[in-house]
Design a protein around this ligand. Structure first.
Ligand code: ADP
Ligand code: TZD
Length: 579
């Protein structure tokens, strides 16, 4: 076996852990990895790129993890995040936990140190029992020790991420695994192409009938669409259900655009009227968590904060455990949204009686009043620019570019954008989700641009932007069509707090005044724009969309304009102690 030819022949008959993982991912239609190289996965990233996978490298693992999570949400394929051991793993873990919380399918693949040394706690390089730590924060967690088990490990991770309620999965790959070799043919045979990774779950006929009976008897019905409905990609069925029944609907934040926000049945502009007034509410892929005031309290017409308003609830969800989590669900419909909505549509038939005209009329009246009030506010042109006058521009830009994906984080920057900027198509609005987490901005933007090829607009509070701001280099490196707009009001919520002691430190919520975030992206060859008026903002955003160049606009916002915690001020604890 001395010749080059015979060495090649032998090499081609042998495969290794590196290649088996890559082959297993490719076999299952995974085409992109979001990650950050280092021991023990540097060579893996090189080999993955050489094998034709798109490998998107980040500056911090949390952003790679957020990218993977939202790629999962957008594509219904698990987004892959790849990290190094202990600290890299921990950096990625926040995103994994956030993905699980939001029901986004992703797989965090992390290299890890030598099991023998980790388990005896002998102090290996980046030693950590990662599997144990990931378990409570993920939907499932697996470790592969032998090359011949890689196929099973990857298959289990994919099934766990996608089936039932989607979530974050951890896959632990110790350094030694990558180097293990085995016969190439046997290796190939050991891989599994997962068949039907997200099986349909058909709802029971009795559950569907129960729901329809309740809906038929309603005088003031309401449908709430959540991000589960957006994820499900049952857009045509959902539109059909809304339009055939004529029932008014409320989109949760990431369900905006499932039907255009300008749809006449949207009750979004009359939210505080419809929630307490409705008599039957049908939740479609939305949980009755804090974002819906747990289905009780004043928001729902209850007298005290724990009192129910008397609505009856129908809940369509893939998780059989979700019903009754906060209040009684009178008609749970368990199954995937596509199947559930189709079953409801079949039961509805062609002679469904639309909701009473007085209910629809009352909603329309509130809605028109609120829309007119908002139009008045948006038409103002104050100096300095405030959230409203800046968002009036963003609203126009999104209307003119309905395919663009809008990423949004911050407090006021989030709440005002959600209520002012209409969305026109499904899965175009990506935001802080169930946790209200800051830091998703650049990770989501990178992934949205990479998986869709469409322009991305990121509306960022100046504090929110700081959590992932270094990834503007990533935007430039991959030349992504992302327009970041930093709403710069000099601090967290606003920039006006003062240090009560009169000491030299500024208040905890205040940043450097007049910061020039636009200069950051210029360091990497992107386009930076400093905008102090709506006209300047408009020009810069139009140019960014037209040119598709990575752009950061520093939009100067009145530092007095924000409110503490945006719209969730009431969640701040206030001490019972008398001052
Ligand atoms: P929102 O924050 O928009 O109100 P949530 O994240 O609270 O939405 O709720 C999403 C719900 O959608 C979860 O309970 C989840 O189980 C459910 N879900 C996710 N995907 C599907 C699907 N394909 N079919 C049915 N339900 C789904
Ligand atoms: N850390 C993390 C990971 N998530 C959080 N949600 C917070 C801290 C607390 N927080 C909010 O809930 S909003 C926010 C923080 C720090 C930033 C608000 O300031 P901003 O937006 O500049 O981003 P506005 O428009 O000035 O309100």
């Amino acid at each position: 076996m001395g010749t080059v030819e015979s060495q090649l022949a032998t090499a081609s008959q042998v495969t290794d852990g590196f290649h088996l993982v890559i082959d297993a991912l490719k076999l299952n239609g995974i085409d992109t990895i979001f990650g950050l190289p280092g021991i023990p996965i540097t060579d893996f990233t090189r080999m993955a790129q050489a094998a034709g996978l798109r490998v998107i490298s980040f500056r911090h693992e949390q952003n790679a993890g957020n990218a993977a999570a939202i790629a999962g949400f957008l594509t219904q394929k698990p987004g892959i995040c790849l990290t190094v051991s202990a600290p890299g793993f921990l950096n990625g873990l926040t995103a994994l936990a956030n993905a699980t919380t939001n029901c986004f399918p992703m797989i965090l693949i992390s290299g890890s140190s030598e099991r023998e040394i980790v388990d005896l706690q002998q102090g290996d390089y980046e030693e950590m029992d990662q599997l144990a730590i990931a378990k409570p924060l993920s939907k499932a967690a697996f470790r592969v020790l032998h090359a011949e088990d890689i196929g099973v490990g990857v298959a289990r991770a994919i099934r766990a991420a996608l089936s039932g309620r989607p979530g974050g999965v951890y896959l632990d790959l110790p350094a030694k695994l990558f180097a293990q070799t085995m016969d190439a043919e046997a290796g190939k045979k050991s891989l599994i192409k997962v068949v039907d990774p997200a099986p349909k779950q058909i709802p029971g006929a009795d559950a569907v009938k129960r729901a329809l009976d309740l809906l038929k008897g309603a005088k003031k019905p309401l449908i709430v669409l959540g991000k589960g409905a957006a994820y499900a990609q049952a857009d045509a069925e959902i539109k059909s259900l809304i339009e055939k029944t004529g029932i008014p609907y409320l989109p949760m934040s990431m369900a905006k655009g499932l039907l255009p926000d300008t749809h006449e049945q949207s009750a979004a502009a009359a939210r505080s009227y419809v929630l307490p007034e409705a008599d039957v509410v049908m939740l479609v892929g939305a949980r009755l968590n804090w974002l819906l005031s747990h289905g009780k309290g004043k928001t729902w017409g209850g007298k005290g904060h724990k009192d129910r308003g008397g609505q009856k609830f129908i809940q369509i969800d893939i998780s059989p455990q979700e019903a009754d989590s906060n209040v009684r669900i009178d008609a749970p419909v368990v199954g995937d949204i596509g199947s559930c909505v189709s079953a409801l549509l079949a039961g509805i038939g062609s002679n469904w009686v639309k909701p009473p005209a007085d209910w629809l009329g009352a909603i329309a009246e509130r809605k028109n009043k609120n829309v007119a009030k908002m139009a008045e506010t948006l038409a103002k042109d104050p100096r300095p620019m405030n959230f409203h006058s800046a968002l009036n521009v963003v609203r126009d830009i999104v209307k003119a570019n309905p395919d663009a994906i809008l990423v949004n984080e911050g407090a006021n920057a989030l709440d005002f954008t959600r209520s002012i900027v209409d969305m026109y198509k499904p899965r175009k609005r990506l935001d802080v989700g169930t946790w209200g987490v800051m830091g998703i901005g650049m990770g989501f933007s990178v992934a949205a641009a990479v998986v869709s090829g469409l322009p991305v607009i990121a509306i960022e509070g100046d504090s929110a932007f700081g959590f992932s701001g270094m990834e503007v280099e990533t935007l430039c490196r991959y030349n992504l069509p992302v327009c970041v707009v930093v709403f710069n009001n000099n601090g967290v919520y606003r920039g006006t707090d003062v240090n009560p002691t009169g000491g030299p430190d500024v208040a905890p919520t205040v940043f450097v005044k007049g910061a020039r975030y636009d200069k950051l992206i210029e360091a990497f060859g992107g386009v930076g724009v400093h905008a102090t008026t709506p006209a300047e903002l408009r020009k810069a955003m139009e140019e960014a969309i037209r040119s598709r160049k990575p752009t950061l606009i520093n939009a100067v916002i009145d530092e007095t304009a924000g409110t503490e915690s945006g719209r969730i001020t009431s969640l701040n604890p206030t001490s019972g102690k008398k001052k």
